[in-house]
Design a binder for this molecule. Structure first.
Ligand code: ADP
Ligand code: ADP
Length: 224
């Protein structure tokens, strides 16, 4: 069975805006899927519903067979989310932010794992710094580290390279490569076709709240 199954998903926000208009999508275990689409297409809405942080208006989402609305705690613990926005507490250290994040998911402390994650994201030297002392790029690294802290089976990256410098981009793809080798399923959103081409196995194109196209990236590239 797919690790994620999105069925007839709709979302109408409180102001009447239809952000998703019936999306069906199955994602296989270990797959890297890129969701390509312009600003306002519905990508973040879709990710937020799958992660259980926005409620759908209609349809449903199963993660590892569990309904994201009815079984939120269970499905959320399987998922790591790297959001676009920096929302972490500015007055905490890097080390505490990342290790507390693991605790939120009910996992036992694992300092060796936290060290490994901080090192691969070039955050080790900053581990005792408060977030407020870090540059924007370093804060984004912390968001990635947080999302990895509880060893998720599925990782969502929302616009991972928007406004990101070359060294972070490089570190991020190294992390993605490691996770893929470990069998982690990865879903990323982007509006760059080159990025989708570079790393994804399959590309879905979203526009106007609809999934317009879903195919192996090689087939997609032939059309452009
Ligand atoms: P809802 O209760 O409809 O799920 P929220 O509580 O997330 O919506 O947002 C409340 C209101 O804030 C929305 O109805 C909308 O008017 C406004 N809003 C929030 N985020 C956005 C956005 N990204 N674009 C447009 N309007 C927004
Ligand atoms: P994307 O990630 O593809 O840029 P989003 O899912 O963030 O798209 O947004 C899809 C559409 O829904 C946008 O037009 C956005 O303004 C609108 N939207 C997002 N959140 C809200 C909200 N809380 N209330 C009303 N409209 C929203």
């Amino acid at each position: 069975p797919p690790i994620i199954s999105v069925q007839q998903l709709t979302k109408t926000y409180g102001n009447g805006f239809e952000a998703l208009k019936g999306v069906d999508l199955d994602i296989e275990r270990g797959e890297i899927l890129a969701l390509l689409g312009p600003n306002g297409a519905g990508k973040t809405t879709l990710i937020s519903i799958v992660c259980g942080i926005v409620n759908p208006t209609g349809g449903k989402v199963l993660v590892d067979g569990h309904d994201v609305v009815k079984d939120f705690r269970r499905t959320r613990s399987l998922i790591g989310l790297v959001p676009q926005e920096l929302t972490t507490d500015q007055f905490e250290t890097v080390w505490n932010t990342v290790s507390f994040s693991r605790g939120v998911y009910g996992k036992k402390p694992n300092p060796a794992l936290i060290e490994k994650i901080l090192r691969e994201l070039s955050l080790w030297k900053k581990k005792d710094n408060m977030l407020r002392e870090l540059s924007g790029g370093m804060k984004r690294r912390v968001l990635i580290a947080k999302a990895l802290s509880h060893e998720p089976e599925v990782l969502f990256l929302d616009e991972p390279t928007a406004g990101v410098d070359v060294s972070l981009r490089r570190d991020m793809w190294e992390v993605v490569k490691r996770l893929r080798e470990e069998g982690v399923t990865i879903i990323l959103t982007t509006h760059y076709i080159e990025e989708a081409e570079e790393i994804a196995d399959r590309v879905g194109v979203i526009n106007g709240g609809k999934l317009l196209l879903l195919q192996e990236k090689t087939a997609l590239m032939k059309q452009f």
